[in-house]
Design a protein around this ligand. Structure first.
Ligand code: CA
Length: 233
C-alpha cells in the first residue's frame, strides 16, 4: 500500500510519514501541490493525504485535478481550517474523509485503514501454484480439492495470497486480519498458520506456506502452476 502525503509543514509531513511507515505502509511526501501532482502522475497511489493550505495552490485545486484523472485514489483532507464551507467543498469535490489539525496519530491511522479497505479493489480470485482463493465466495481449493477454512484462517490465507512472494510480518498479519494494534499477539498468528498448514500444506507434496526466519510468513508465488490455474476461467 503506497500513500502520498501532500503537506508543506515538514514537521507534520515527517510525523505522518514515520507513523505510517511504522504501520507498514510505503509513504512518499510532497511539499507543494505541483510536486504532489507530478508524483501522482508517475506512480499509482492507494491513498492521498492532502493538506488544504499549500504554498503554490489550494489543496482543493489539487483535489480537483486528481479527480480529472482516470484512476484516482481515495483522498483524506487534512487541514487546520475547520470551517464548514471548506469541509463541504472538499467532500463535494470528492474527498473521502476530512481530518482537522491537530489530530492524534491513532485517529489518522484509523481513517487511513478505513479508506484503504474501502478503496481496495477486490479481485475475484487469487492464485498461487495450484491454490485458488475465491475471494467472492470465500472458498479455497488446492489441486482442485475444496478446503474448509475457518473465517480467520481464510482471512490470513487471502492476505498472504494477495501478497504472494512477499514476506509478511506477524505484526502486519495481526493488524490486517484482526484489525487491531499489534500487542504481543504473534502467537495467534503462529497458531493460525499451524492450522492453515494442516489443511493447505500437509496433505500435499509441495508446501506453499513458507516461514521467513526473523520476519514472518510468505506464500510461495508458484509462477508456473499459477499461470496454468489462472488461465482456466
Ligand atoms: Ca499547510
Amino acid at each position: 500500500m503506497r500513500i502520498l502525503v501532500i503537506e508543506d509543514e515538514e514537521r507534520i509531513a515527517d510525523f505522518i510519514q514515520r507513523g505510517l511507515e511504522g504501520a507498514g505502509y510505503l509513504v512518499d511526501t510532497a511539499g507543494d501541490g505541483q510536486t504532489g501532482l507530478l508524483k501522482m502522475h508517475n506512480l499509482d497511489y492507494d491513498l492521498l493525504i492532502l493538506d488544504l493550505m499549500l504554498p503554490d495552490m489550494d489543496g482543493l485545486t489539487v483535489l480537483e485535478k486528481t479527480r480529472n484523472r482516470k484512476v484516482s485514489p481515495p483522498v483524506l483532507i487534512l487541514s487546520a481550517r475547520s470551517e464548514v464551507e471548506d469541509r463541504v467543498r472538499g467532500l463535494e469535490l470528492g474527498a473521502d474523509d476530512y481530518l482537522v489539525k491537530p489530530f492524534a496519530f491513532e485517529e489518522l491511522l484509523a481513517r487511513v485503514k478505513a479508506l484503504l479497505r474501502r478503496g481496495q479493489p477486490v479481485p475475484d480470485r487469487l492464485v498461487a501454484g495450484d491454490l485458488v482463493v475465491d475471494c467472492l465466495r470465500r472458498k479455497v481449493t488446492r489441486a482442485g480439492k475444496p478446503i474448509d477454512l475457518a473465517p480467520k484462517e481464510f482471512s490470513i490465507l487471502e492476505y498472504l495470497a494477495r501478497h504472494k512472494g512477499k514476506p509478511l510480518t506477524r505484526t502486519m498479519i495481526v493488524e490486517h486480519v484482526w484489525d487491531m494494534e499489534y500487542d504481543g499477539l504473534t502467537n495467534i498468528v503462529d497458531v493460525y498458520i499451524r492450522h492453515l498448514r494442516a489443511k493447505i500444506d500437509d496433505p500435499f507434496p509441495v508446501k506453499i506456506i513458507r516461514t521467513v526466519r526473523g520476519t514472518g510468513y510468505m506464500l510461495e508465488a508458484g509462477e508456473t502452476a499459477g499461470q496454468q490455474a489462472g488461465g482456466s476461467e
